[in-house]
Write a protein that binds this ligand. Structure first.
Ligand code: NAD
Length: 479
């Protein structure tokens, strides 16, 4: 049984209550964590608040050294933590290894930046005076993460927070707490002072409000659904707590008539079916020019049927695990059924695989649909599973207008050899990221975050640090 980590100690819930964690591929219980309550939230936030002044005052090079040491520990723990991730989340082990390695990489990236944070010298109009800007850590950060990439999304918050001198209370999704718990233990084992990095467990409904509304919390770094983000923003307003919100998306991909269809179809399939389609940056809508539509749809459907071997993530060669929960699969099936009812045609997949043991888990085939009507749920909602709607368009104007006809604005991509078309996409698609002729992979070096109802605030890159720092102006009179 796993525990929570508060103020440098492994603890159980005072109530003695626990949460069972189940494997979505088999339904079996793979572990338990304590079911935290408001009292544990309070203890964790108080510990983080107490640890903050000394951590913030520590020489940046010393914080960096601790983070580098934590990265070394994480590297050694990748096999163990990746296994936990596959068991609780369902993703193939090879993908879980990549994700666990991202924690180490992220620790190193932000450790490297810890001693490069600086303010400005500002000449003033008054003689004998000058101005300075100081960049100070914001304080206690509550980091709340979802179940689709628990480790990556934890690292995106914890690493810049620690580098700037903030202290953290982390709450992972209650269905994927095990890998994150171990990662927090491993990072702390590098010698972080007690209270700097804490983790509590519990469902959002039970402990979310206590975390978000706590008066000693200075910033909330949240990744999850847009509806949850709206609630958090409202609650945060009471204490004017800072928020960054990484929310839902419905990323459009435009495939022009001059696109490299082999590469575009490969990027579409990976973009849609990686992590069983449960990615914020998944390709969730495709707008393809009419003259290449038939060839493109055939290529994508072939890939869906032949390249995405479904199964238990612990089995070698499996490329797509189950959906994370039964409810998640029902949701995606409902969206597909709605599209079909409104006139869409299924080109690939569309059903549940049941060979062997697959009937025990929440599996769904890689699914492709054509002629999906604009008012269907697949185009108006986020599709968080392996089902791709394809829409045929006549030109770039129509493609961009349809791409922008969404409340979301996270990622986007275009496939074309024409620089003028690419430029229009970069400038006119309403999103936080546009890939041109490339697969939708986010880079550490580039800021990542949404526009519209996909949220605000940046993770990755130098910009992530800004979310954990506040600028203070100083006037110095020398006369
Ligand atoms: P969710 O909003 O249900 O849960 C996310 C986290 O918030 C969990 O830890 C949950 O326990 C917690 N939570 C739930 N209610 C809460 C409340 N009232 N107060 C405080 N915390 C609460 O999201 P999910 O279903 O776990 O994740 C999938 C969603 O996340 C999708 O919409 C996806 O697009 C989005 N996502 C976005 C990004 C991004 O970077 N923009 C990345 C990954 C996932």
């Amino acid at each position: 049984m796993a525990q929570m980590y508060i103020n440098g100690e492994l603890v159980d819930a005072r109530s003695g209550k626990t949460i069972e964690v189940r494997n979505p591929a088999t339904g079996e219980v793979v572990g338990t964590v304590p079911r935290g309550a408001a009292s544990e939230v309070d203890a964790a936030v108080e510990a983080a608040a107490k640890a903050f002044p000394a951590w913030a005052a520590l020489a940046p090079g010393k914080r960096a050294a601790l983070m580098h040491a934590a990265a070394e520990k994480m590297k050694a723990a990748v096999p163990e933590i990746a296994r936990l991730l596959t068991l609780e989340q369902g993703k193939p082990l090879a993908h879980a290894v990549l994700e666990a390695s991202r924690v180490q990489e992220n620790l190193e990236y932000y450790a490297g930046l810890a001693d490069k944070i600086r303010g400005d010298y500002v000449p003033l109009e008054d003689p004998g005076k000058f101005g300075l800007t100081l960049r100070r850590p914001i304080g206690v950060v509550v980091a709340i993460t979802p179940w689709n990439f628990p480790l990556t999304l934890m690292a995106n918050k914890v690493c810049p927070a620690l580098a700037t001198g903030c202290t953290v209370v982390l709450k992972p999704a209650s269905t994927t707490p095990l890998a994150t718990q171990r990662a927090v233990e491993v990072i702390n084992s590098a010698g972080l002072p007690p209270g700097v990095l804490n983790i509590v467990h519990g469902s959002g409904g039970e402990i979310g409000d206590a975390l978000v509304s706590h008066k000693r919390v200075n910033k909330i770094a949240f990744t999850g659904q847009t509806e949850t983000g709206k609630r958090i923003m409202k609650l945060a307003a009471d204490n004017v707590t800072r928020v960054t919100l990484e929310l839902g998306g419905s990323d459009p991909m435009i495939v022009c008539d001059d696109a490299d269809l082999r590469r575009a179809s490969a990027a579409t399939a990976i973009g849609r079916f990686f992590n069983a389609g449960q990615a914020c940056l998944a390709v969730k809508r495709v707008y393809v020019f009419a003259s290449v539509a038939e060839e493109f749809m055939t290529k994508v459907s072939d890939r869906a049927q032949k390249e995405w071997k479904i199964g238990n993530g612990m089995v070698d060669g499996v490329k797509m695990g189950p959906l994370h929960t039964e409810q998640q699969r029902a949701e995606v099936e409902g969206q597909v059924a709605d599209a079909v009812k409104r006139g869409a045609t299924v080109l690939a997949g569309g059903t549940r695989p049941d060979a062997g043991d697959l009937g025990k888990g929440w599996f769904m085939e890689a699914t492709v649909l054509r002629d999906v009507p604009e008012d269907s749920r697949m185009l108006t909602e986020e599709v968080f599973g392996p089902a791709l709607p394809i829409v045929i368009v006549n030109d770039l104007d129509e493609a961009i207008a349809k791409a922008n006809a969404s409340v979301y604005g996270l990622g986007s991509s275009i496939w074309t050899k024409d620089l003028a078309k690419a430029r229009r996409a970069m400038e006119q698609i309403e999103a936080g990221y546009t890939w041109v002729n490339d697969i939708q992979v986010a880079y550490d070096q580039l800021p990542f975050g949404g526009s519209k109802q996909s949220g605000f605030g940046k993770e990755h890159g130098l910009e992530a640090l800004d979310g954990y720092l506040e600028k203070k102006s100083v006037v110095l009179a020398t006369g």
